[in-house]
Write a protein that binds this ligand. Structure first.
Ligand code: CO8
Length: 277
């Protein structure tokens, strides 16, 4: 299918228009202080500037309110998140793409460093940025027959060091190297075998029960002792990005603006359309 040059900005506009007035992040806090954060950016919860910024702000507010735990899930049982919105990366305005990447860096810092326990209810496919969000939580429950992984190399992209560390801290260096160099997407069962996810659920109701059960493990643990321990374990990974934010941003912009990368993204976006048709 021939794709007109002006098609993608228009596609973003139309999507934004159809979601007008609706936040891409919904938050419900129960009487125990457990927050269920639902990503709701149809059709596939792609991580655009608005979603990433709102998720980041939500995490800051929940942190301030001393949330006792957080469950991250999708509005749909089909896709947890399709990762970064490729329309943010394809033929971007330099200022916008910079703003986007900075917002993503901040969002990851806020989620990875969230002091209360975090659990991802992976109730749908979780490629790339969707996998990153899941891996940033402390525990993962995933629906059967879905897929998860950091597939950046398949798009001709290079996952930045903080994506890599986030995976490495869960499944180790060897499995991360194998997974990332091949851009492998794992089925739920495969992901479970290598420890990329912790539990499998038949459906989203069961997944939510398992997520809550994980959070209940901390009911009798001092929140401050728990938070300090988590901080000690995660601090270095976070600091590595905090110290290198500017360099990471510049490297990202350089890579994404390359003609070859832009061509690859264009072809990939077309292939998504073809697969659909
Ligand atoms: N960005 C933008 N649009 C997307 C994306 C995306 N990531 N994924 C899907 N879409 C669009 C499709 O083009 C389609 O658009 P339209 O309705 O206008 O035709 C719509 O969403 C629905 O998509 P599908 O029909 O494919 O939906 P399915 O439910 O059949 O499949 C999947 C869902 C499995 C999630 C499938 O859409 C998919 O595989 N998407 C691509 C996922 C992907 O590869 N994401 C990678 C993003 S890159 C990233 O997150 C990290 C980049 C790091 C950069 C570092 C640089 C230095």
């Amino acid at each position: 299918m021939f794709v007109r040059k002006s098609y993608y900005p228009l596609q973003r506009l139309l999507r934004n228009y159809s979601n007008i007035g609706k936040s891409p992040v919904d938050v419900v806090v129960d009487n125990l202080g457990i927050a269920t954060v639902t990503l709701q950016n149809p059709p596939v919860n792609s991580l655009d500037l608005q979603l990433v910024s709102e998720l980041s702000n939500t995490l800051i507010s929940l942190e301030k309110d001393k949330s006792r735990g957080l469950i991250l899930k999708s509005f749909s049982d089909k896709v947890f998140s399709a990762g970064i919105d490729l329309l943010e990366l394809y033929k971007p305005q330099k200022d916008r793409v910079k703003q986007f990447w900075t917002a993503l860096q901040d969002c990851w810092i806020n989620l990875y460093g969230f002091s209360a326990p975090t659990v991802a209810c992976i109730n749908g496919h979780a490629p790339a940025g969707g996998c990153l969000l899941s891996l940033s939580c402390e525990y993962r429950v995933m629906l059967k027959e879905k897929t998860i992984g950091l597939n950046e190399t398949k798009l001709g992209l290079v996952a930045p060091p903080w994506f890599i560390s986030t995976m490495m801290n869960v499944i180790g260096r060897r499995q991360t190297e194998l997974a990332l160099t091949s851009g492998r997407m794992f089925t739920t069962e495969e992901a479970s075998k290598i420890g990329l996810i912790d539990e499998i659920a038949e459906n989203s109701e069961e997944a939510m029960i398992k997520c809550r059960a994980f959070l209940q493990l901390f009911e009798k643990i001092s929140p401050s002792a728990r938070a300090a321990t988590k901080n000690m374990i995660r601090k270095k990974t976070i600091q590595d990005l905090v110290k290198n934010k500017e360099a990471d941003l510049n490297l990202f912009c350089d890579i994404v603006m390359q003609e070859k990368v832009q061509q690859g993204l264009g072809l990939y976006l077309q292939s998504l359309k073809k697969a659909k048709n």
